[in-house]
Ligand binder design. Sequence first.
Ligand SMILES: NC(=O)c1ccc[n+]([C@@H]2O[C@H](COP(=O)([O-])OP(=O)(O)OC[C@H]3O[C@@H](n4cnc5c(N)ncnc54)[C@H](O)[C@@H]3O)[C@@H](O)[C@H]2O)c1
Length: 308
Amino acid sequence: MKILIIGGAGYIGTKLCNYLVSKNYKITCLDNFWFGDFLHKKVQKIKADIRYYNFNKLSKFDAVIDLAYLSNDPLCELDARHTWESGPLAVYKILDYCVKKKIKKFLFASSGSIYGLKKEKKVHEGLGLDPITDYNKSKMICEKVIQSYSDKIKYTIIRPATVCGFSDRLRLDVVLNLFCYQAYYKKKISITGGSQIRPLVHIDDMIRCYEFFIKKNIVGVFNLGFENKSISNIAKEVSRQINCKITYIKTNDPRSYRISSEKILKAGFQPKFNSIDAIKDIKYNFEKGFKPTKNNWNLAWLKANKKV
Ligand SMILES: NC(=O)c1ccc[n+]([C@@H]2O[C@H](COP(=O)([O-])OP(=O)(O)OC[C@H]3O[C@@H](n4cnc5c(N)ncnc54)[C@H](O)[C@@H]3O)[C@@H](O)[C@H]2O)c1
């Protein structure tokens, strides 16, 4: 099976591409390789910026996965134009190409933060969207563009929680991974507030979920996150695995996000990993000699290299 993974050189994409080639899928990664190249040599690579790329040059694939994005709130704030061009406008171009080439399946990484702040305890896919930031708003419009193609292509939109765990292209600007870095290298985790809830998903379950949807003929929108944990509980769990102090800074921003993933569980997907596995895996890789560099922090790296 031939799969095109757009944004496949990032934190999630690197692990996804390398996992799928290990399972004998034929993988092509199209990415501008902002954060380097940690892909297996069997992955075919196209270095390009999706804002300007002519997708019609590509041949046919069995499925297309789109992960390319300025992938959190502060990154999108760096460059709103880039956000909208590599988000909804690029999604439109990619879908047009998919329809022309009769590609059977399109999978998109949206975000669990698209719901905004909700009073409901179970934030499920049936609730309305109240996106707050450019990141969330542009993801919502991407979803609308994709849904407008529902008569032409089978699509799956995944709304992941904050992803955690090790990848050869590690991101240290996401909560649990950042705490592991602070605990291991600084011997201290600094948290602002602490009672805010954050939903989490292990990176290996995110990867497994893509394979699940590639194999199954299921269309629709699915949350993906199986633990809703407070920031202070995430920090405490990290400190149990990696001995360190925790310091608290007061905040007036007690915003909590949570998601419910009952729909994907009902569809037959079962998670295999949790946040403790993610901490142990990152610790193991630090002990084995993985050395974080500046490119593990997306924002600082893109600013320093004047990429956006
Ligand atoms: N990591 C998370 O916690 C998380 C949570 C929810 C949703 N997501 C979504 O999952 C996707 C992947 O996230 P990630 O953590 O791997 O992010 P990442 O920043 O590590 O990877 C994004 C990749 O897209 C590429 N890219 C960005 N703009 C591009 C452009 N214009 N042209 C070509 N390539 C471009 C980057 O070079 C990078 O390799 C994103 O869409 C993100 O919004 C991530």
